[in-house]
Design a protein around this ligand. Sequence first.
Ligand code: DGP
Length: 114
Amino acid sequence: MSEDCVFCRIVKGELPSETVYEDDDVLAFRDINPQAPVHVLIIPKRHIPSLADVGPDDTELLGRMLQVAKTLAEKLDIAASGYRVVVNCGRDGGQVVFHLHVHLLGGQLLGRLA
Ligand code: DGP
């Protein structure tokens, strides 16, 4: 846990969030500034600053985060229409919060990235 990390504070319950999924290792909650009708963040409870900081021991955790994205897409009713899963990494990747997170976006047609 990192004292000054906003997502660690959400994990600890010090800041409110709208939780949509939780297990021992993973938490998912609605983004405070949604970019689509469905915009959920899926995070590890353990503080990992970014994708650049994961190691071989984190392979299962990363897989579970993607499984949670898929399951939440079904639960939040965007599986059939489609959705986007995004991980911003580092400054040029547009990462603002340095606690690893997966964005799950859907509920509207999303613009092409490339
Ligand atoms: P990124 O650019 O990938 O680091 O996205 C960080 C996201 O985190 C951004 O979409 C807004 C969201 N966010 C930042 N602070 C909070 C917060 O306190 N609560 C919630 N629910 N989301 C937050």
